[in-house]
Design a protein around this ligand. Sequence first.
Ligand code: NAD
Ligand code: UDP
Ligand code: UDP
Length: 311
Amino acid sequence: MRILVTGGAGFLGSHLIDRLMEQGHEVICLDNFFTGTKRNIFKWIGHPYFEMVRHDITEPIRLEVDQIYHLACPASPVHYQYNPVKTIKTNVIGTLNMLGLAKRVKARFFLASTSEIYGDPEVHPQVEEYRGNVNTIGIRSCYDEGKRVAETLAFDYHRQNGVDVRVARIFNTYGPRMQQNDGRVVSNFIVQALKGIPLTVYGDGSQTRSFCYVSDLIEGFIRLMNNEEHTGPVNLGNPGEYTILQLAQAIQAKIDSSVPIQFETLPKDDPRRRQPDITKAKTWLGWEPTIALEEGLKLTIDDFRDRLSSQ
Ligand code: NAD
Ligand code: UDP
Ligand code: UDP
């Protein structure tokens, strides 16, 4: 198949491209390099089945493809809050353009949505039926509300135009190739511990997150995209739930137990807790994560160590 991956030079997109190329597909990677980098897809440049297109999805584009994995959007709060108007344009106008493309060429369309659409959840763990608790005017809204509109657009194109859609709600994912300056908690703590500087825990560290290793997530993407029965939305994430303080301690223990923890102000609208209910992914896709946090952290730390030492 010929497959388009928007945001393909980013963290998740580049891991997805590795899998699709290994399966023998033709892949078009579309990216504006806002948070992605050519380094992530370097090994495929020059391959006859790989094409790189530098393009901003807020502008229309015509391509001929069979499937579209739509991932383009900055994912870390630091990056999506850098230019919030651009973030919402990417989610709304960008997703509209990619759905228009899917409609024209009759391609199956996969949306990388997020657990953030649940906001600061009152239902725990989060099931797909839960409609969320999101601030419409807060500093995270450009992302949360943007993704909510993106889901709405996907289902409207599905009902109105017969576009074949798949919607994944992705929970916090980590692994090799996360950017060092990404601002996300796993990358921050690992970089800090490796540099021997204090780990910055926001608030008292009692807020929770559930961390999925990247290879598990990508397996879920491919299963959902190629499932003939279910459109979703489907939660994809690892149900193992940890407080941020526990995560800091786990990384301390793995890298340097003498590095101190420094408590800093909790950002506004930071969700208190997050854990996926993955019953649907299990029953519909036969999918569940296989890599525990301990093992995934080790693989991720090895990658950061290599990159930091080669700088
Ligand atoms: P990332 O920032 O590494 O990748 C996003 C990619 O999109 C980058 O390569 C960036 O350059 C590109 N991009 C951004 N705006 C663009 C635009 N207007 N036009 C073209 N390209 C553009 O982030 P990621 O972690 O790989 O996330 C990928 C997708 O998965 C995002 O849609 C994100 O919302 C979603 N997601 C990720 C997580 C996670 O934990 N990583 C969790 C939930 C949802
Ligand atoms: N679009 C695109 N590539 C295509 C087809 C459409 O970028 O191959 C864009 C198009 O420019 C429009 C959006 O997708 O802005 C929605 O397209 P659709 O055909 O659904 O709506 P319309 O063009 O009628 O507004
Ligand atoms: N966090 C932290 N220290 C950091 C970065 C993040 O304590 O250096 C916290 C953040 O406040 C949040 C959690 O870790 O409660 C996850 O943050 P991240 O930005 O990785 O993801 P998100 O908030 O989007 O789930």
